[in-house]
Design a protein around this ligand. Structure first.
Ligand SMILES: Cc1cc2nc3c(=O)[nH]c(=O)nc-3n(C[C@H](O)[C@H](O)[C@H](O)COP(=O)(O)O)c2cc1C
Length: 177
């Protein structure tokens, strides 16, 4: 493990400067749940895989999603103003990869069963949990937009095993003891 200061007490910092690749490699060590974020509305149906999802507050229930501004889903997400965050289960690895880029949008949705949430965004029938949301604020940071999403509906599924992305690979996690 790197030290914050050299052992000889000299004032020079001993941590290397943060490079883009160094940051990406470090983030690969931060495990996270895998989600498919969907949208539908006047700008049409779209969806993308996202691990950059976390809770902001429970009052009002709000989560955030980080969306690459270059993603093919970005235009539809912003124009529709609604998303459904579908948290994936073990066994959804292929679906995650389909929504992870470069696959035509209709091919992505054809690979699973969806129902329509109250906001109109597609809800994955066998998600571990699904958060139906309205986007209430967007903050631009570098390459990404941070979407603040107020949760207006919830659906919990029956899957016993969740899906985590850690060290650039998928891992099943069990919730049963
Ligand atoms: C495991 C995994 C996690 C991802 N997490 C994010 C994320 O949090 N935010 C994001 O914008 N893209 C994320 N991506 C990439 C997007 O899913 C992908 O860029 C998106 O589908 C856009 O591709 P497209 O422009 O070909 O549609 C992730 C991909 C994978 C496979």
């Amino acid at each position: 493990m790197a030290q914050c200061r050299p052992a000889d007490g000299s004032p020079e910092p001993c941590l290397p400067a943060v490079t883009r690749q160094g940051y990406r490699d470090a983030m690969a060590r931060l495990g996270a749940a895998v989600n498919i974020v969907t949208t539908d509305g006047p700008a049409g149906r779209h969806g993308f895989t996202a691990s950059a999802v976390c809770s902001v507050t429970d009052s009002p229930p709000t989560l955030l999603v980080c969306l690459n501004k270059g993603s093919s889903a970005a235009g539809a997400v912003h124009a529709n103003g609604v998303v459904c965050v579908n948290t994936l289960a073990a066994g959804h690895e292929d679906l995650s990869n389909l929504f992870g880029g470069r696959t035509p949008v209709e091919e992505r949705f054809a690979a699973a069963r969806w129902c329509r949430s109250a906001t109109g965004a597609p809800m994955l029938a066998d998600a571990v949990v699904a958060f139906d949301c309205r986007i209430v604020r967007t903050v631009e940071v570098g390459t990404h937009d941070v979407l603040f999403c107020e949760v207006v509906g919830l659906a919990e599924g029956g899957a016993q095993e969740g899906l985590i992305y850690f060290s650039r690979r998928y891992h099943a996690v069990t919730g049963t003891s």
